[in-house]
Design a protein around this ligand. Structure first.
Ligand SMILES: Nc1ncnc2c1ncn2[C@@H]1O[C@H](COP(=O)(O)OP(=O)(O)O)[C@@H](O)[C@H]1O
Ligand SMILES: [Mg+2]
Length: 387
């Protein structure tokens, strides 16, 4: 039962995953592109490599011979995962899942074309000229995203024809990897958006966490809350879609499946085959197991009998306001003294404006008011200054 896990990506989500693994005696080697990354601080060992470099990746896999390879980020030479699977390694949740989700095209075509899930109308473009045609096809307003990007990088909304050229140029600055292509999606005028944390098990049924609502700004989530208030019929639809797409990608683990809920129904948006940042709300012990514990159990093949909501909660991010190589924190006492709240500071060695440095969670008993809890989390996070 003592397994070796190679964690690819060592941010705050990885850190909580390592802590969960440490608690039940597993060994973790944490990998990232810089030293002293959050997850490295709590792991047994670490490696600093560029994970987009396939040869560097091959070398550390051969060196550590892990039982499980657990990606925590998208920017990895995931094509190599297929080869590792052939060699007998277990990729979490699967090589296909990690590879498809790093490219918006693969996952969108799988969802919309192969599975027939409802998504925003979309088209692809490889030049400014093609983008103009694509915009004509999907209509305005529409959203442009580099195929290889995350956290809103290179993303912009086109409202008039005059925005098209700018949107193309911006997408090329924000794109990672070697693909210049973008996806253009019709803007969905949703009423709210959710993350549905979904757990696939090696030998058990697929389970769903209570839905998480969230608010996005500058491409990153600002607050999340659980449960999101939603109609049963929409929840059921989202669960059906999440079950289909996770089954098509294969493997065991926790997934963050994102949906828009609009007047005309539920739209599938995208998914992460790993813990989701909005799922940090579960650090407020809103569930019997938080999202990191669920991921770990699914990875190790430990059966999960059920997921129960134990209390309601919200999370709000603590962002840095300045560049620093020795970030200072002010206002933590204000959070500490507030009842029914908690916080995490990620221990990132440096800060820059808007970098996520910590999170505040607030909670209340079941039956409490979710809006009040969310407001409290947001207000408390706003009291902390990092610079
Ligand atoms: N087609 C769309 N219509 C309306 N809002 C969108 C659309 N696509 C993205 N957004 C908004 O932008 C956020 C980030 O987009 P997403 O596709 O999830 O990219 P990322 O991979 O950067 O998280 C979404 O959570 C949503 O708030
Ligand atoms: Mg997203």
């Amino acid at each position: 039962m003592k397994k070796k896990i190679l964690l690819l990506g060592s941010g705050e989500l990885g850190k909580e995953f390592v802590i969960a693994a440490q608690r039940i005696g597993q060994t973790v080697i944490a990998v990232d592109s810089y030293e002293n990354a959050p997850a490295m601080q709590v792991a047994h060992g670490y490696e600093v490599i560029n994970m987009l470099d396939g040869d560097a990746l091959d070398a550390i896999v051969a060196k550590h011979k892990p039982d499980y390879i657990v990606p925590e980020i998208e920017a990895i030479r995931t094509e190599r995962f297929y080869e590792y699977e052939k060699q007998g390694y277990t990729i979490v949740p699967s090589a296909k899942a990690a590879n498809y989700t790093m490219n918006r095209k693969a996952i969108r075509d799988l969802a919309a074309k192969d599975l027939g899930l409802k998504t925003a109308k979309y088209e692809y473009a490889t030049s400014a000229k093609a983008l103009k045609e694509a915009v004509k096809y999907v209509g305005m307003p529409c959203v442009v995203k580099p195929l290889m990007s995350s956290s809103g990088k290179g993303q912009s909304t086109i409202k008039t024809e005059a925005d098209i050229q700018k949107a193309w140029e911006y997408s090329q600055e924000g794109s990672r990897g070697d693909v210049a292509e973008v996806i253009v999606e019709a803007f969905v005028n949703f009423n709210y958006e959710i993350t549905l944390l979904t757990v696939t098990q090696r030998d058990g049924k697929t389970l769903f966490c209570p839905p998480i609502g969230h608010r996005q700004e500058r491409g990153d989530y600002q607050e999340s809350w659980q449960p999101a208030t939603m109609e049963d019929i929409h929840l059921k639809t989202a669960q059906d879609m999440a079950a289909q797409v996770t089954e098509a990608l294969g493997g065991a683990g926790l997934w963050g499946v994102e949906f828009f809920i609009a007047d005309d129904g539920v739209y599938f948006s995208e998914l992460s085959p790993r813990p989701h940042d909005t799922g940090m709300v579960t650090l407020g012990n809103t569930q019997n197991f938080n999202e990191f514990e669920l991921h770990l159990r699914a990875v190790l093949g430990l059966p999960i009998p059920e997921i129960t909501q134990e209390r309601i909660g919200a999370s709000a991010v603590i962002l840095a306001s300045a560049h620093s190589d020795n970030p200072r924190f002010e206002g933590i006492e204000t959070v500490a003294i507030a009842p029914k709240s908690d916080f995490r500071l990620f221990g990132k060695p440096s800060s820059r404006p808007y970098r996520r440095m910590g999170v505040v969670v607030a909670y209340d008993d079941l039956g409490g008011d979710i809006e009040t809890v969310t407001k409290r989390a947001k207000e408390l996070a706003g009291k902390v200054r990092v610079y």
